[in-house]
Design a protein around this ligand. Structure first.
Ligand code: PLP
Length: 372
């Protein structure tokens, strides 16, 4: 089955008495054991058919064996910590989501060390992988500077050294890029973003092939309880059906917005994966089917006044929804990142990040034009 068909059909083919086209939402917290031919369902925190349908669909999108859904992207990320013990080291991209910085702070309190580095060159990644490194945590494209790392090259190095490669694929999403296909061990998603796609549900997921790692993560989730509700699973499943068409439209509009911004006198520099140069361009070509729907740019002017004038874009954090969102990372998503680290990366107070949604591109460009 092809990717677009899996989005719509995969989870609907389970036999059910009425022949529902849409999966039923199983709200029961507990299950009558007598009625089960094979005893599989005990208690909703551990097992739930609606959640399992979603997990099956998500895993199938990267042709992986397992999917595990969590109550948020952060809960999915926190579960990775359960694979580590004090003294272990995570090597991570330095330009990452602000909330991941907070998560790493929590890991550090439990004795897990985190080393941040650009990870844009496989040679420099190899140099960082000393014996205590147990996880490489990539965000590619990075957030908000959209730099890319070569997932396949890095996965080859990690495999050689027995290190787990986790790719936070939230920003790209599975339409744009499939980390498991490229050699990653775990794809991490905030399903809150392009997967659910409507800014109306928070969720997270891990996709993977390794049975032992899956078992450990499953036990961790059952023990700590960070599950999404059946209704949330339904909303995420519903969002998935339109994900590919949404993303393709968003990419089209984002590309038009990039061309518009590139020639605007108040815009210093535009960042978008399809306009990268040199090795970065080559990596985009190799691993991304589309450049995505996130655009960053440096504005030459008063950022607060600019944001205040917008009427179609919503000034808000998050991304991947039907509504176009705009934000200033230094003041919003990346506020938890220490100022010196932000400056060093280039996350300055005049950097703006856009998540392009589904509105008519003429209205979006008109809105930007008037505010710029
Ligand atoms: N990873 C990335 C790249 C994100 O952008 C986000 C949220 O914005 C998360 C993880 C955390 O996801 P959630 O908000 O669903 O917990």
């Amino acid at each position: 089955m092809h990717f677009n068909t899996k989005l719509v059909i995969n989870a609907n083919r389970e036999a059910n008495e009425a022949g529902d086209v849409v999966n039923p939402i199983h709200i029961s917290t507990t299950y009558e054991q007598r009625f089960q031919k094979e005893l599989r369902y005990f208690y909703g925190r551990g097992e739930n058919p609606t959640r399992e349908h979603l997990e099956k669909t998500l895993a199938s999108l990267e042709d992986a064996k397992f999917g595990l859904c969590f109550s948020s992207g952060q809960a999915a990320g926190a579960a990775i910590g359960s694979l580590l013990v004090p003294g272990d080291i995570i090597v991570s991209s330095s330009d990452i989501y602000g909330g991941t910085h907070l998560l790493f702070k929590e890991f550090k309190q439990r004795g897990i060390d985190v080393k941040l580095s650009p990870l844009t060159s496989p040679t420099s990644v190899r140099r960082l992988l000393e014996q205590r490194v147990k996880v490489v945590w990539l965000e590619t494209p990075t957030n908000p500077l959209l730099e890319v790392s070569d997932i396949h090259e890095i996965s080859t190095i990690c495999k050689e050294k027995g290190i787990l490669l986790v790719v936070d694929n939230t920003l790209a999403g599975p339409v744009v890029q499939k980390p498991i296909h490229l050699g990653a061990d775990i794809s991490l998603y905030s399903t809150t973003k392009s997967i659910a796609g409507h800014c109306d549900v928070i969720g997270g997921a891990l996709i993977l092939n390794n049975e032992a790692v899956h078992q450990r993560l499953f036990e961790y989730r059952t023990a700590t309880g960070g599950i999404p509700s059946p209704f949330d699973c339904y909303l995420i499943q519903r969002g998935l059906k339109t994900m590919a068409v949404r993303v393709e439209r968003e990419v089209e509009t984002a590309t038009k917005i990039v061309h518009f911004l590139e020639t605007h006198p108040r815009v210093e520099k535009v960042i978008f994966p399809s306009t990268h140069n040199g090795i970065q361009k080559e990596i985009v070509r190799k691993q991304m089917a589309f450049p995505g729907s996130i655009v960053s740019f440096y504005y030459e002017g008063n950022v607060e006044r600019f944001l205040d004038k917008l009427r179609i874009f919503t000034v808000a954090v998050s991304l991947g929804g039907a509504n176009s969102l705009i934000e200033c990372p230094a003041k919003m998503t990346h506020r938890p990142v220490p100022e010196a680290h932000r400056k060093q990366l280039g996350i300055t107070d005049n950097l703006i990040r856009i998540s392009v949604g589904l509105e008519d591109f003429r209205d979006l460009m008109g809105d930007l034009d008037a505010a710029l």
